[in-house]
Design a protein around this ligand. Sequence first.
Ligand SMILES: Cc1cc2nc3c(=O)[nH]c(=O)nc-3n(C[C@H](O)[C@H](O)[C@H](O)COP(=O)(O)OP(=O)(O)OC[C@H]3O[C@@H](n4cnc5c(N)ncnc54)[C@H](O)[C@@H]3O)c2cc1C
Length: 416
Amino acid sequence: MGFLEYDLSVGAEVRELQQAARRFAMEVMRPAGLAIDRLPAAAAAAPESPLFSVLRQASALGYTRLAGPEELGGLNLSPLTSAIVLEELAFGSLGLAGTFFLSGTHANVALLTGRPEAIEAFALPYYRSNDASIRGCWAITEPDHGSDTLGVMRPELVVKLPGQVVARRDGDQWILRGQKSAWVSNGPIATHAMLNVHLEPEAGMDRGGICLLPLDLPGVSHGPALEKHGLRSLPQGPLYFDDVRVPRWSMVIEADGYAAYMENHLSAFNAGVGIITTGLARAAYEAALAYTGERVQGGRPIFEHQSVRARLFRMFQLVQASRTLARNVWVYNTTQIATGGRAALEHSIAAKVFCTQAAHEVATLAVQLHGGNGMTREYPVEMFLRDATALTVADGENSFLAQIGASLLAESRGGQ
Ligand SMILES: Cc1cc2nc3c(=O)[nH]c(=O)nc-3n(C[C@H](O)[C@H](O)[C@H](O)COP(=O)(O)OP(=O)(O)OC[C@H]3O[C@@H](n4cnc5c(N)ncnc54)[C@H](O)[C@@H]3O)c2cc1C
C-alpha cells in the first residue's frame, strides 16, 4: 500500500527535488522536530535551540523560499512542485515545515502587492538572505478576537467591535498600538511581521489593514514563548506594539481592499495548511505501516490480521484523498492570485478542514495500531496526534471556517 503519484506530468527533475526534500526531512527535520518537541517552550525558541540550526540549513537549501523568483534568490518552483516539496518537509516535521512556510510571509505579501518601497524593504532582503537571519510571521489573532478576525469577507460574519491592535495616521506615518495574542506562529523568533491592524476600530473588523514591519522598531516587544500541547517545534508567542511608528507606505493594504485581500490570503494559506497536514498524515500512516509489520500478536505480525489491514487501508485512503484535494486547490488558487484571477476560498476551506480532520483520524488510528506503545515517547505517533489536533484550530478553527465556506456556497445559490 504505497504512495502513487497520480499526476503523470511530474517528471524526473521534480522527483529528484522530492527525494532531496525527503532526505532532508528524514535526516535533519524529523530528529530535530522530535528533540524540540521535548524542550520547554522558552528553550525551544532560545538562540541555542536546534531550531536555528535547522532553519539555517533549510534556508541555505532554499526551503524557506520555495516559490520566490530565481533572480532574487528563490527556488522559483511552480505551485505543483512547491506543494510536492512542502508535503515532504512536513513529513519530516510539521512544526518545522510550518516555521519555514511562515518565514517568508512578509516578503511574499510585499511581492504580491507590488509596492516598490515594500519590495525594496522586505522582499529583496528576504530572498537574498540564505542564513535564516530574516524570519517572518503573520500576526492577526488578538487576545479577545480569534475567529472574529477571520470572517471579514462575509457580511453576515463581520463583527462590529473594536480590535486590539489599532493603527492611526499621523502625517506620513502610522502609529501602531495594541497586542496580538500568544498564538502568533514564529512570534518569539520573528524579525518581521505581516500585521493585521484595525484602521477604523469603531466600524468593525472588516475595516482593517495589512502592515509590513520589522520587529526591531522602538515600541515593539516580543512576549514569552507559549507552552502548548502540540506543534511544539513551531514557536508561538505574543507581540506588543507601544506607539510604534511606521512609514505610510508600509500599510500595503488599507480598509477598502482589506476584505478582498483577506479572502485571497486565506485562499492560499488554508490550502497550504492542507498540504502540510497531508505530510503529517503520511508520516503517521507510514509509521503505523512499519510498526504493524514488526509487532507480533496471535503468533504473526499484526499486519496480517484483517482488522489491522482495514484500518491501514482507511488511513491510506485519507492520505491519498487529502493530497489530491489540497494540491489541486493550492495550484488553482495560487495561480489565480498570481495572475489576478479570483481564488476560490470555499475550496481552500474545504481542503483545510478535510485534510486536518483526516490527519487527526489517521494519527488517532496510528496511535491505536501501536497499542500501549502509541502512548509513549519511544514512538513518534503520540506527537503526530498532538500536532494534528493543533492544525484543526490553526489558520481558523474548522467549524468557524466551515461557516465561512457555507456562507460562500449559499451566495453561489443566490442566498446568504
Ligand atoms: C497551532 C496554531 C497556530 C496558529 N498560528 C497563528 C498565527 O500564525 N498567527 C495568528 O495570528 N494566529 C494563529 N493562530 C490562532 C488561530 O488562528 C486561532 O486560534 C483561531 O482563529 C481560533 O481563534 P480562538 O483560538 O480565539 O478561538 P475562538 O474564536 O474563541 O473560538 C472558540 C470556539 O468558538 C467557536 N466560535 C467562534 N466564533 C463563532 C461564531 N461567530 N459562531 C459560531 N461559533 C463560533 C469556534 O468555532 C471555536 O470552536 C494559531 C493557532 C494555533 C492553534
